[in-house]
Design a protein around this ligand. Structure first.
Ligand code: TRP
Length: 404
């Protein structure tokens, strides 16, 4: 068997892991859940969840990966030798299939929106309602939806196909600095808009009344999601570290970068949303309905809209590759398949699994299971069931191991 690949450098690992962590969760989901749950008060609860629960789970996952040099299934089997834990690792691989299948749908929209931005479509909007209608028309169009969904999948598979060092690490080293640079430009644009203070006060002045048990749960679930915890993504990336690499330092860097980007994305988005008089609690459509209109109405909006959607697409890509890498590592380690073969075959399987989610906004919009569309069901099962369970179990196993 060929030798296990390792990261070329520590910076490469930190950037790749941050690339996994920083994704649609930070730029699409975090701002809208913060918007719906009272702004700064929610951000405060979220920061506590990240520090108290996110950091230990992150370290546990990377440590399990580095120690065992295996994918989640192999790692859990090696540490415990018990079928139950092997099953827990397997749940992570299944979660990879489920998350990637719907994540790629939203990721496809980001590329589609980049093209809309380049075409200058947003400049025709005279109200947020126009932007919303436009969104509904686009996602209702099967070929638009499937086209960008497929394109995003091909990009993700191409990076993973090239391998850990030449694909994931090299890609992250290029994409992450670009992402950071674009975000800084957008933050500067946001805070210099007249009326930006209202946005800043929204994310920095807490409104405690909005904090309920439910919002604490959302903050907790999001802490797992945003750090890519609970399904072995960080474990798999950790397995490409060599035994001498230190974990607490890297974990803290990954966590800091992820949190910083989420807060900066919040600043860029809410300053613009408030300055243009839009509703901060617009929900999942915030990025796709409100933001294009916000750009349409601000000076220089054409360029900023393009930058914004490049930012989103890059963030989505570096996260999606980590999801596909968990699946790939499993088939390479356990079944001894060649990486190329796994990426092509399993990538195609995930692609097929995601088609019902992609069609949830058009052909299958009336098809519900437990009252949810395929898309919402995939989101619900992964974020609320698979990830928290997987995260808790990684910690239990880590403790068992430490105790031996
Ligand atoms: N963390 C990414 C985001 O915030 C999403 C992600 C990538 C993820 N890999 C994961 C979430 C593994 C859970 C598990 O967008």
């Amino acid at each position: 068997m060929s030798k296990r690949e390792h990261w070329g450098s520590k910076v490469g690992f930190v950037l790749a892991a941050s690339g996994s962590a920083i994704g649609l969760g930070n730029i699409w989901k975090f701002p809208y859940i913060a918007g719906e749950n009272g702004g700064a008060a929610f951000v405060f609860v979220y920061l506590i969840c990240i520090a108290v629960i996110g950091l230990p789970v992150l370290m546990a996952e990377i440590l399990i990966g580095r120690t065992t040099q295996r994918n989640p299934v192999g790692a859990f089997r090696k540490l415990s030798g018990k079928p139950f834990w092997t099953f827990v690792g397997g749940m992570g691989v299944v979660a990879g299939f489920v998350i990637l299948s719907y994540y790629a749908v939203v990721a496809g929209w980001t590329i589609g929106y980049l093209v809309e931005a380049i075409k200058g479509v947003f400049n025709n909007f005279s109200s947020a309602a126009d932007a919303e209608t436009h969104f509904n028309n686009l996602v209702g169009n099967v070929s638009w939806m499937m086209g960008y969904y497929t394109l995003f999948f091909v990009l993700t598979m191409a990076v993973v196909y090239m391998g850990v060092k030449n694909g994931i690490e090299r890609g992250s080293k290029i994409m992450m600095p670009v992402l950071f640079f674009i975000l800084i430009i957008l933050v500067i644009r946001g805070v210099t808009l007249p009326g930006a203070e209202a946005g800043l006060s929204f994310i920095f002045n807490p409104n405690w009344d909005k904090i309920t048990g439910q919002s604490i749960l959302i903050a907790l679930g999001h802490a797992f999601f945003t750090l890519s915890l609970g399904m072995g993504a960080m474990m798999t990336y950790g397995s490409y570290l060599s035994k001498k690499d230190s974990i607490p330092g890297s974990s803290l860097q990954i966590l800091t970068l992820d949190t910083l980007i989420a807060i900066l994305a919040g600043v860029a988005i809410f300053t613009a949303v408030f300055a243009m008089g839009q509703d901060p609690a617009a929900g999942p459509g915030l990025i796709f309905h409100s933001i294009p209109f916000v750009f349409a109405s601000m000076p220089g909006g054409y360029v900023f809209a393009i930058l914004f959607f490049i930012l989103l697409a890059l963030a989505a890509l570096t996260s999606a590759i980590s999801l596909l890498e968990v699946i790939t590592a499993y088939f390479v380690d356990e079944l001894k398949w060649a990486r190329h073969k796994v990426v092509i075959s399993m990538g195609t399987v995930v692609f097929l699994v995601g088609i019902p989610s992609a069609l949830s906004y058009n052909v299958l919009s009336d098809f519900h299971i437990f009252g949810l569309t395929f898309f919402d069901l995939a989101d619900y099962i992964s974020a609320n069931i698979l990830l928290p369970l997987g995260g808790a179990q990684s910690c239990c196993l880590c403790r068992l191991d430490m105790g031996n």
